[in-house]
Design a protein around this ligand. Structure first.
Ligand code: PLP
Length: 418
């Protein structure tokens, strides 16, 4: 079976970032004849060769369905799949592996909570509290179950600089609020929300809190117990893992109280035409054949990130952000959205008179990949009165030279459009 990568990237001198970067094959390619400068990491992260090889190795050597076959390959596939659960549990600081439901990503995880946990509990007049900076994956599932039950959404506001107004969040935790959802890190602003404090306030009032960790898990050391929330969701493809992988962490007693959301194979104990009894959690939430190859890869991705060390990753990305911010701010007419100190390495920006898509398209011609548009955060765009922004999002494998390339490319585009 494929062993997890030997991590030779961290020495007594610290992390060898050049060696780390060399692990990522995509970063070696060119785009439109220019070296690729990949600054779209908040969208999806690139994969180290160790992860790519783990997926390849799964299909070459271990391919079988999980938990259904007693033969050797079936056992190996199951071990890889269940191994990812163990690794996620350790990575997130869970009490127990059974608190981890493997999902196709964050979107699947929030929908699972919406339909399995929230729907049976909401009544007309109840409310769900979110913040003005949420991704659609932490808005729309709640809206759907609100519509089914006669409940409504409440929104905690943010400041112009992109900071959650904590007092207003707390003031909004009134008795009709039965659930709250908040991003740990905003995918547009980079704001790191004070999730520990928010969880404490929710807990005092008996309101379950879901923290969307999509943009935190790839960048920060995490411990769900220390945060004190009730649900925490992550998506594997932003953590250098394969697409179609992710997880829901939930307190065990909450998971045990939740009925299945999807029905089918793998999630049952017995089935007859008179009725069905279900497997224990978390398997009761994992109907059907999962993305086993993806989870084999995600296990290796987690080893890879842990091998570098999340504190090292956070420090490296902070240094890159500190390098990038003043250089971008020095560009005439450039406005940055999200100016909270100690934010994550996400820089959303616009240039006076230039449409975000035009800017991103021209930057692509220079080999620079940034995302443009609403970033699945329509309400946040409405708050700022813009239809979209450009977003450069950094990862530990980026370099100062790539930030220089971004700045130079923006300069060229400005001249072109002048
Ligand atoms: N939440 C946040 C903050 C995100 O940035 C994203 C992805 O962009 C998601 C949720 C959705 O993740 P996925 O599409 O992998 O389910």
């Amino acid at each position: 079976m494929n062993a997890s990568p030997k991590l030779v990237r961290v020495t007594e001198q610290g992390v060898d970032w050049a060696k780390v970067r060399a692990d990522f094959p995509t970063l070696k390619r060119t785009v439109h004849g220019k070296p690729l400068v990949y600054l779209d990491n908040a969208n999806t992260a690139q994969k180290p060769h160790q992860v790519i090889e783990a997926v390849d190795d799964f299909y070459r050597n271990h391919n079988a369905n999980v938990s259904r076959a007693v033969h050797q390959l079936g056992e190996e596939a199951t071990a890889l799949y269940e191994g990812a659960r163990d690794k996620l549990a350790a990575f997130l600081g869970a009490n127990h592996r059974d608190e981890i439901v493997l999902t196709s990503g964050t979107t699947m995880a929030t929908n699972l909570v919406a339909y399995s946990y929230l729907l049976p509990r909401l009544k007309p007049g109840d409310a769900v509290l979110v913040t003005a900076m949420e991704h659609h994956a932490d808005i729309v599932p709640w809206q759907l179950v609100c519509k089914l039950t006669g409940a409504h959404l409440k929104v905690a506001p943010i400041t112009e600089s992109g900071e959650l107004i904590v007092d207003e969040f707390v003031a909004a935790l009134t008795p009709e609020v039965k659930f709250a959802g908040v991003a740990h890190v905003s995918n547009v602003l980079g704001t790191v929300n004070p999730v520990k404090e928010l969880a404490r306030e929710c807990r005092k009032r008996g309101i379950p809190l879901l923290v969307d960790g999509s943009q935190a898990a790839p960048h920060l050391p995490l411990n769900v117990k220390a945060i004190g929330c009730d649900f925490y969701v992550v998506t594997g493809h932003k953590m250098c893992g394969p697409t179609g992988t992710g997880a829901l962490w939930a307190r065990r007693e909450l998971l045990e109280s939740m009925p299945p959301f999807f029905g089918g194979g793998e999630m049952i104990r017995t089935v007859s035409f008179e009725g069905t009894t279900f497997a224990d959690s978390p398997h009761r939430f994992e109907a059907g054949t999962p993305n086993t190859a993806g989870f084999a890869g995600l296990g290796v991705a987690i080893d890879y990130l842990s091998g570098i060390g999340m504190a090292n990753i956070a420090a490296r990305e902070h240094a890159l952000l500190a390098y990038a911010t003043p250089r971008l701010e020095a560009i005439p007419g450039l406005r940055i959205f999200g100016k909270v100190p100690d934010k994550a390495a996400v820089i959303s920006f616009l240039i006076d008179g230039v449409h975000a898509h035009d800017l991103a398209t021209l930057l692509d011609q220079e080999g620079v990949a940034v995302r443009s548009g609403h970033h699945c955060a329509h309400p946040l765009m409405q708050f700022y009165g813009v239809s979209g922004t450009c977003r450069a999002s950094l990862a530990f494998y980026n370099t100062e030279a790539e930030i220089d390339a971004l700045v130079t490319a923006i300069g060229r585009v400005r001249k072109l459009l002048a």
